[in-house]
Design a protein around this ligand. Sequence first.
Ligand SMILES: CC(C)=CCC/C(C)=C/CC/C(C)=C/CC/C(C)=C/CC/C(C)=C/CC/C(C)=C/CC/C(C)=C/COP(=O)(O)OP(=O)(O)O
Ligand SMILES: O=P(O)(O)OC[C@@H](O)CO
Ligand SMILES: [Mg+2]
Length: 239
Amino acid sequence: MEEIRAWRHVFKLDPNKPIDDERLERLCESGTDAVIVGGTDGVTLDGVLDLLARIRRFSVPCALEVTDMDALTPGFDAYFIPMVLNSRHVEWVIGRHHEAVKQYGDVMNWDEIFAEGYCILNRECKAAKLTEADTALDDDDVVAYARLAEHLYKLPIFYLEYSGVYGNPALVEKVKRVLSRTQLVYGGGITAPEQAAEMARYADTVVVGNAVYSSFESALATVEAVKRIAGENGMNGVK
Ligand SMILES: CC(C)=CCC/C(C)=C/CC/C(C)=C/CC/C(C)=C/CC/C(C)=C/CC/C(C)=C/CC/C(C)=C/COP(=O)(O)OP(=O)(O)O
Ligand SMILES: O=P(O)(O)OC[C@@H](O)CO
Ligand SMILES: [Mg+2]
């Protein structure tokens, strides 16, 4: 699905958090490029199926970020597979993935599956705790992970993850400058359109998650903010 490269704004919905039909409709019809279903904990098959069925009433593309094999189901447009590059445990870099491919290898459609090289920078977030990510990184460390993702592992996506807190735009810019083929995704702590616009200047794709549940109107306003920057800068932010 080459169009993933063109996604500038994405909402991430957590199957472990409730969203009513009216809000879901407004979110799906907001002009966002896609909805990703995913979370770190409490992700169940029932929760995923419920969101999938409700999002499918709209035409927005819908992807599953696979974090628990028990909650995997067909029916999504794409599947994103996180690999936490700065985890201290091989399990979260390749171990669980190996197990999954052992189980599903014969039926996998690789054209709809995309690896995401995660670099998690907020040590307080659930994903950092679960994977025991080494978040004590300086800018050079992060840039080196980005280069590894693009040149050594040839990953389609490098995901700068600050889940829950707003990150450092200067670092996002630095990372963008060393990536040309790998898509730079930024996610974390965006609660206002100004923040979304700031990150959209550098990241190829901006993800808004928790604000959907904590400040819905602001979250919706991030769509237009990102689209405005995308219009000014073309596909990839840094000129
Ligand atoms: C049957 C069928 C449809 C087959 C299709 C084929 C297919 C897609 C097979 C899967 C193949 C595969 C390789 C699977 C990998 C399985 C797996 C479990 C990998 C590990 C993933 C991983 C590293 C998880 C760790 C946690 C993490 C990085 C989560 C990312 C999302 C994230 C950071 C969310 C933010 O946290 P959140 O929960 O939102 O926190 P708050 O609630 O505080 O906001
Ligand atoms: O929930 P927030 O902090 O917006 O982060 C979005 C996303 O990057 C989480 O995986
Ligand atoms: Mg979340």
